[in-house]
Write a protein that binds this ligand. Structure first.
Ligand code: RIB
Length: 301
């Protein structure tokens, strides 16, 4: 089993079930509030840890109850939290509305995640640049993503970037990715395409590869996922048909599972098969980290 360093955000997810999203200027009543551990970085670390990955997490929380919630959830999943700092700011918070179709709308207040600076990650060495795989997302400052990508490129460390939430990283960051992992809307933003474009997924992946990444993974929700390898070969992985109750964090479950396969020396094709299975379990349960399976639940103990 290889080692995985996840560098990224940790949020308390404040979740309300609603019949529909409120319009501008409108107030609606929802369910009672549920607070669960989330944040794209922490979610990916927990997903990988529950699947048996050897995972360390680099991030920051506040000295508050939400910080304790995140620290506990990561540790319970077997993640090394010795590089999880305590910042002079409140733990990041995500305000999440979930509709009956399982879809969500999310607004993140970064809080302590803004303290995950280049200086913070540099101070967390040794320990992450020598991992078999470094995993990042875009909920911490872009300067930090640039710094980590450059360090990985220098050290020859494999770097997986999940470019979410949607944003356009500098070309040096894209050039360091192996793989770049995006969903359709993130891909369209990176390519400068119309958000409503129905472009063929393989064509999207091939155009993303021209931006510099060595390999590309495109997640397609209920349609599974597609990988474009460095040699130009393409794998399409169908998803199991399931009824989604809450898709929050399903993309992070996918990335965590993919990371475990890649860190262990597996292929992108094997990673896709595993990751789509894990994401399918996640969408059938409420919450992000609370919905993630252990290895024994997805066919491998
Ligand atoms: O990807 C889902 C996550 O996005 C949530 O857990 C929320 O915290 C936001 O970071």
């Amino acid at each position: 089993m290889g080692t995985i360093a996840v560098i990224g955000s940790a949020n308390a997810d404040l979740v309300v079930q609603v019949d529909r999203r409120p319009a501008g200027g409108e107030t609606i009543l929802g369910s009672d509030l549920v607070i669960t551990p989330g944040g794209k970085g922490a979610n990916q670390a927990v997903a990988a840890g529950l699947l048996g990955g050897d995972v360390r997490f680099v991030g920051a929380v506040g000295a508050d109850a939400n910080g304790d919630l995140l620290r506990g959830s990561l540790a319970d999943a077997g993640v090394d939290v010795s590089r999880l700092g305590t910042a002079d700011a409140a733990t990041g918070v995500a305000l999440i509305f979930v509709t009956p179709d399982g879809e969500n709308s999310i607004v993140v207040a970064p809080g302590a995640n803004s303290a995950v600076t280049p200086a913070h990650v540099a101070a967390c060495e040794p320990g992450w640049a020598t991992a078999d795989l470094v995993v990042m997302q875009l909920e911490v400052p872009m300067a930090t993503v640039e710094c980590v990508a450059a360090t990985c490129a220098r050290a020859g460390t494999r770097f997986l970037l999940n470019a979410a939430p949607a944003a356009v990283p500098p070309s040096a960051v894209l050039g360091a990715c192996d793989p770049l992992v995006v969903n359709r809307s993130e891909a369209l933003l990176l390519l400068g395409d119309d958000p409503g474009s129905t472009a063929d997924p393989e064509q999207l992946a091939r155009r993303l590869a021209l931006l510099g990444p060595r390999s590309v993974v495109l997640t397609l929700g209920a349609d599974g996922a597609l990988a474009l390898e460095a040699d130009g070969s393409v794998h399409h992985q169908a998803a199991r048909r399931v009824t989604a109750v809450d898709t929050t964090g399903a993309g992070d479950a996918f990335v965590g599972a993919l990371a475990v396969e890649l860190a262990a020396g597996g292929t992108l094709a094997a990673g896709l098969a595993r990751a789509t299975d894990v994401a399918a379990v996640s969408v059938q349960r409420p919450g992000a980290q609370s919905s993630y399976p252990r290895a024994s639940e997805v066919g491998r103990a």
